[in-house]
Design a protein around this ligand. Structure first.
Ligand code: AMP
Length: 190
């Protein structure tokens, strides 16, 4: 049972790696980006409120995310651990999550920073073809990452549970490193 937070810039492979790791370990994959995209495509109130932000590459206001994440972490499948992909995205979300986990008597085992050079990120994002993957929005999402999300790395560094993984390698190799972190943690307990 592991609780992991995937950090790293857009295009680092968080979603792809989280999905693969979830499939291999049975841990729930929780992607706030996917939750928002599904709310937008089904036209819910949340979707309508979030759409302009997602389309522009801006962060959706915290208020819209907090209830969503609180409810999602209480779903039955999250009892066996979870991989948070795309949350927290700024310092106040990190503080919220910390408090929420404390209330739930849980803790995140590792925050994992997937490191990929900026040039590679651009190439990957341009090639991906999602609606928010046009050059202007990509630029903005990278800026937003540096301004708001990168500082979250320090939060977990200070807590002592930040791990960095080189994400600029073939998919299976990156996933192997992630699995080693998951399994290594279990060995630590023995
Ligand atoms: P992602 O799929 O993680 O790249 O997220 C896609 C978009 O969803 C982001 O560019 C934001 O507009 C929005 N989003 C996802 N997660 C969050 C979050 N934790 N806080 C604010 N906005 C978010």
């Amino acid at each position: 049972m592991k609780r992991l937070i995937f950090l790293g810039p857009p295009g680092a492979g968080k979603g792809t790696q989280a999905k693969l790791l979830a499939a291999k370990t049975g841990i729930a994959h929780i992607s706030t980006g996917e939750m928002l995209r599904s709310a937008i495509s089904s036209g819910t109130t949340l979707g309508k409120q979030a759409q302009t932000y997602v389309d522009k590459g801006e962060l959706v206001p915290d208020q819209l995310l907090l209830d969503l994440i609180r409810a999602r972490l209480r779903e039955p499948d999250a009892k066996n651990g979870w991989i948070l992909d795309g949350f927290p995205r700024n310092a106040s979300q990190a503080a919220f999550l910390d408090k929420l986990l404390m209330e739930m008597n849980q803790a995140c085992d590792y925050a994992i920073n997937l490191e990929v050079p900026e040039q590679v990120l651009m190439e990957r994002l341009v090639g991906r073809g999602r609606k928010d993957d046009n050059p202007e929005t990509i630029r903005r999402r990278l800026e937003v990452y540096h301004e708001h999300t990168a500082p979250v790395l320090d939060f977990y560094l200070l807590k002592g549970n930040l791990k960095s993984v080189n994400g600029d390698r073939p998919l299976e190799e990156v996933n192997k490193s992630l699995q080693e972190i998951v399994n290594g943690g279990i060995r630590d307990l023995k």
